[in-house]
Design a protein around this ligand. Structure first.
Ligand code: SF4
Length: 298
């Protein structure tokens, strides 16, 4: 590495003694730029219109991307994704002998014969387990999700639940494979629980790293999925966009500034349209009154 780049203007000059020099390295911005560069170079475009992992996300965000805007992901965002991938690979390696399949990539048209739900979607579930249970041969899907410690703590205490985004994603897999149950293996990225949480919950006997949640296929979710796809396609055809709704995704959305500005602009336009409608109505009432008066005086 070029040390001039690493220390920039902090370079010691000849008059300074090496031992007195208090360097302020700039390795972090170099590292962050490399993380972004590395991940950008490996970005793959989706083979289908929709991806199962994003179908439950914000439709407005999807449409921004569909209309050509580029999503900017910073080093922290990419690193979070890389860590998630590494966790998946590790856990799948440990569990490999228990699966009938791992990471099967699905390019639907839907095996259940209902193309309005899964057409134009692709995605890959994390694993499929099989076995005999309560007298039946059953196949059960596995989804691994890494999460931050706060969300993990909410899940193990029952104060939080699976996000809709995960439910939509998993509904795609269950529906396409004709299955009805998934085990979500939630992984605490921080591995341990926070000290504050342990102090507040001294008697809680929980695994600080892993938590299992059963998810069953829900027909109402299938219908919502169908509706979501229909709505997105309609917006794509008409060149329109849904109303902004504040969702968790907003906090890390790279279109937030634009989305907010558009929302404010739409509010102003709606106010102006309403004002002009009221003024028109008043004007028409005035004209009608004048007309009535004229007729009366005839
Ligand atoms: S800011 Fe929120 S509502 Fe707007 S596009 Fe992003 S995620 Fe969607």
């Amino acid at each position: 590495m070029d040390l001039n780049k690493l220390f920039g203007e902090d370079n010691p000059n000849e008059k300074k003694e090496w031992k007195e020099w208090k360097p302020r390295p700039k390795l972090v911005p170099i590292l962050e730029a490399e993380i972004v560069k590395y991940n950008e170079a490996r970005k793959q475009s989706s083979p289908t219109l929709f991806r199962a992992s994003e179908i439950g996300g914000c439709d407005k965000k999807f449409l921004y991307k569909f209309n050509g805007l580029t999503e900017e992901i910073d080093a922290k965002g990419y690193l979070t994704m890389n860590v998630g991938t590494a966790w998946h690979e590790l856990l799948q390696t440990y569990l490999a002998e228990h699966f009938v399949s791992l990471e099967e990539r699905l390019y639907f048209n839907d095996k259940a014969g209902d193309s309005s739900v899964c057409a134009d979607l692709s995605g890959s579930y994390d694993g499929e387990l099989t076995g005999k249970i309560v007298g039946q041969e059953k196949n059960i899907l596995l989804e691994i999700k890494t999460t931050g410690v706060s969300n993990f703590q909410r899940l193990i205490t029952g104060k939080g639940q699976l996000s809709n985004k995960y439910k939509f994603q998993n509904t795609v897999y269950l529906h396409a494979k004709g299955l009805d149950m998934t085990i979500f293996l939630m992984v605490n990225r921080n591995i341990a629980l926070t000290d504050e949480f342990m102090e507040l919950n001294p008697d809680l006997d929980v695994n600080p790293t892993f938590h299992e949640i059963i998810y069953r296929k829900d027909d109402a979710m299938v219908e919502k999925l169908r509706q979501k796809i229909t709505d997105r396609k309609l917006h794509m055809k008409l060149g329109t966009s849904p109303k902004r709704e504040k969702v968790t995704e907003c906090s890390y959305c790279s279109f937030e500034a634009q989305c907010k500005a558009e929302h404010e602009q739409n509010k102003i336009l709606a106010r102006e349209a309403k004002k002009s409608e009221t003024e028109n109505k008043k004007e028409q009432e005035k004209l009608a009154k004048a007309e009535a008066k004229k007729n009366k005086n005839k």
